[in-house]
Design a protein around this ligand. Structure first.
Ligand code: ADP
Length: 736
């Protein structure tokens, strides 16, 4: 029998790690001793090693059952790269590939084979495995076997039988989230023999857990803003709905932050672009629903903020666990107000409607006296007098599950009545619904208990997951209520002087006056932005300043600008940070959207011209030793001032255009900019009231970004000029 010593040397030889992580040695010891085990470790805790290492030491193959098909190839590639023979079998493969891999398996070509659970639906598949020597059955994401878990997958229920058909190899079940109830379900459903549960790794010492209560909506936004601004690095702001994501992202953008939005309602291309920006560190933060995170492996997230209350501790801690995977200090803040529990209650009520509602929905369908009923949930609502549309959809799901109706594939295919059972004889599993509802309410209650907890939050988490560790030297918001964000980081630095922590972020102190060199660098950056005429994003500006030869810079002719290479001694990162600070200080404004472009504000122009100086929230910038001079771009504000002066003298747009030898549309652009700046121009003189109302309504629908989109909604007679004036006025009011 292989020993822990063998495991230790395999750890070094194959994985290049010198030590086991918390819990790993205990688990591996038990597996090598032939026991069935359940491993509960948080995401990133190092579960895979618990079966990968024994797999190297056992005679036969280890079968890994995992529902995450998208990750299988990566996992197998990583093993192969370490010289460990492994492969996978899932629906992405052609039939011939599957047979070839099965044959290889029988020959003993692989140490590990990853398999998707749905494979076991096919009896022939199990049959074809019978020729292989299987030493270990590793069931990953084992909570999927439990109806109490958050991700029940019926295919998992076949695993026990499959293992028995294959001579019942030893089983290791792994999961990140398991309450005692789910744990006992895993043991029961997999038929584990006296399983030893190992629960470890829930204590993440570098995460500071904080609960920040808020009262007014504005307070919550301010907290989120401050967390992002003070962080040295990027992070995630989790919101509970798509609408909230769009709303919060929009508000933070208007506050000058570079944030992205991510939820399942965005198209695939947009989501993947957002993810790319995020991974590249181009965003101050990403505002997202819980759709964001799975498979996102960015180790240096400095914060995870919950803008809304999560529905369970499991969900909360999994999301929080994405912060600080590099071991450096990170802040996890839950912004809390009881109001948020209502959203969850509404969802729970909708997902588990009372028996009366399900029966009413069914009688409503019956009363149509049709074989197929074409009524949407929304149309059923008034007929039975309920206002919760989700409840109706859920009722239909339960009726379908019980075999009384068939909802077909598409939405417009109607509901087919199958057996017309009398309402009193419905075969819906009422008890099951009640149990699930109770479980979900209990989880929500636990979450609220956490948010309300007056003692150590870290200890609460450890106890919740059954981890026996004590939370020593805690910095959570209850143990150290007075610590502000920056201080929490500093404290951690003092206490844990390990190499990686010493490099941790210095505390930011907010805006400060710039040295002469820094002021000059700021002016150079601003003049470069001005020359790029608002057509490019800050990454491009930074590229031009440091004289990058990137294709998109050359292709756009930006290497011809006089500002090209003006700050070549600085790195892309430094320049980007500098530009960010200029955005926050309102010298530069940034458009929204996926490719946010930047341009100067009035203040930015004044700084560029050395008419004023600003304070920036910036770490020390190395002295700029180059002696290159700034050549200022032509003065756009000058030309606007001339337009303004003429307009003030009572000339019309066309007259001003004629006098100045410019196109009327140019004059309109000038006036719009002046309106937005808040100059004295009466929009009512330029646009009549009726048109103005139409334009405002269209802008409310289409947003203030594109005049084109607004124009599409309006009668032909309303021109771009009028649209620009009204939009500029709306923007100005928004700023006020
Ligand atoms: P989980 O499956 O629990 O989410 P993984 O097994 O993917 O976590 O491990 C997370 C990361 O930790 C991986 O990059 C892995 O290589 C690394 N890791 C695991 N065990 C050790 C160890 N003993 N020493 C150093 N790194 C480890």
């Amino acid at each position: 029998m292989p020993t822990l010593n063998d495991a230790q040397s395999a750890l070094e030889r194959h994985f290049g790690f010198s030590r086991f992580r918390e819990g790993q040695a205990d688990v591996i010891g038990a597996v090598l001793a032939g026991q069935d085990v359940i491993v509960v470790m948080p995401t990133g805790g190092g579960k895979s090693l618990c079966y990968q290492l024994p797999a190297l030491l056992f005679p036969g193959v280890t079968l890994v059952i995992s529902p995450l098909i998208a990750l299988m190839k990566d996992q197998v590639d990583a093993l192969n790269a370490r010289g460990i023979p492994a492969t996978y079998i899932n629906s992405s493969l052609a039939y011939d590939d599957v047979t070839a891999r099965l044959r290889g398996m029988a020959r003993g070509d692989y140490r590990l084979v990853y398999v998707a659970p749905e494979r076991f639906r096919n009896a022939r598949f199990v049959e074809s495995l019978k020729g292989c020597e299987i030493s270990l059955f590793a069931v990953d994401e084992a909570h999927c076997i439990s109806q109490w878990g958050h991700d029940f997958r019926p295919d998992y229920l076949r695993l026990r039988e499959a293992a028995e058909a294959l001579g019942r190899p030893q089983i290791i079940a792994l999961t990140a989230t398991a309450t005692p109830q789910v744990r006992s379900d895993i043991a029961k459903q997999l038929g584990l023999k006296q399983p030893s549960p190992f629960i470890a790794g829930f204590d993440r010492h570098n995460l500071t857990l904080r609960v920040e209560p808020w009262k007014k909506e504005n307070e919550r936004l301010t907290l989120a803003y401050q967390i992002i601004k003070r962080a040295k690095g990027t992070g995630i702001i989790y919101c509970s709905t798509r609408k909230a994501v769009d709303d919060v992202a929009g508000k933070l953008q208007r506050l000058g932050l570079t944030v992205g939005a991510y939820h399942a309602g965005l198209d695939e291309a947009k989501r993947s672009r957002m993810q790319d920006y995020f991974m590249a560190g181009d965003l101050n933060a990403i505002v997202a629903t819980n759709a964001f995170g799975m498979g996102v492996d960015k180790p240096d997230l400095r914060f995870v903020t919950h803008y809304n209350l999560p529905g369970s501790i499991e969900a909360y801690y999994q999301e929080v666990g994405r912060a600080g995977r590099d071991g450096l200090p990170s802040i996890c803040t839950l912004l809390f107000n009881y109001v948020d529990t209502r959203t969850h209650e509404f969802f729970i009520e909708g997902s588990y409607p009372p028996r009366g509602v399900i029966e009413q929905v069914y009688s409503c369908l019956l009363s149509q006296k049709l074989e197929t009923v074409y009524l949407s949930p929304r149309e059923i609502m008034p007929r039975i007098g309920t206002r919760n549309e989700i409840a109706i959809s859920s009722a239909l799901i339960y009726l379908e599950k019980a075999g009384h109706i068939d909802r077909g594939q598409g939405r417009d295919q109607g509901v087919r009545m199958i057996d017309r059972a009398p309402v009193g004889e419905l075969k819906v599993d009422w008890e099951d619904i009640a149990l699930h509802e109770a479980a979900e309410r209990r989880k929500l209650r636990e979450m609220v208990n956490f948010a309300d907890h007056k003692k150590c939050l870290r200890q609460f988490i450890l106890r919740y997951f059954g981890d026996r560790k004590e939370a020593a030297n805690c910095r959570c918001s209850n143990c150290q209520p007075k610590l502000k964000w920056g201080e929490a980081v500093v404290e951690l630095k003092k206490e844990q002087p390990s190499a990686s922590v010493v490099e941790a972020a210095p505390v930011k102190v907010g805006p400060r006056a710039l040295s002469d060199e820094e002021h000059l660098a700021a002016r150079k950056i601003l003049s470069c932005i001005a020359r790029m005429e608002g057509k490019f994003a800050k990454g491009m500006v930074a590229g031009v300043l440091r004289g990058s030869n990137a294709k998109n810079i050359i292709a756009n002719g930006l290497d011809q600008l006089s500002t090209y290479g003006l700050l070549k001694q600085h790195s892309q990162d430094d320049l980007t940070r500098f530009i960010n600070a200029l955005i926050v200080a309102d010298c530069v404004k940034q458009t929204g959207g996926v490719y946010p472009t930047i341009s100067l504000t009035t203040l930015g122009q004044a700084v560029m011209r050395d008419q004023t100086r600003v304070e920036l929230d910036l770490e020390a910038v190395e002295a700029d030793t180059s002696d290159e001079e700034i050549t200022l771009p032509p003065d756009y504000s000058e030309t606007r001032e001339q337009t303004y002066a003429l307009y003030q003298q009572g000339f019309s747009v066309n007259e001003v255009a004629e006098k100045r030898g410019l196109k009327p549309s140019t004059i309109e652009t000038h006036l719009a900019a002046l309106i937005e700046e808040g100059r004295e121009i009466n929009v009512a003189d330029l646009v009549d009231a009726e048109d103005r109302a139409l334009i405002e309504a269209a802008a409310a629908r289409r947003g203030l970004e594109g005049a084109r989109a607004i124009k599409d909604e309006l009668p032909e007679r309303i021109g771009y000029g009028a649209i620009r004036f009204v939009v500029a006025d709306l923007r100005r009011r928004q700023k006020d």
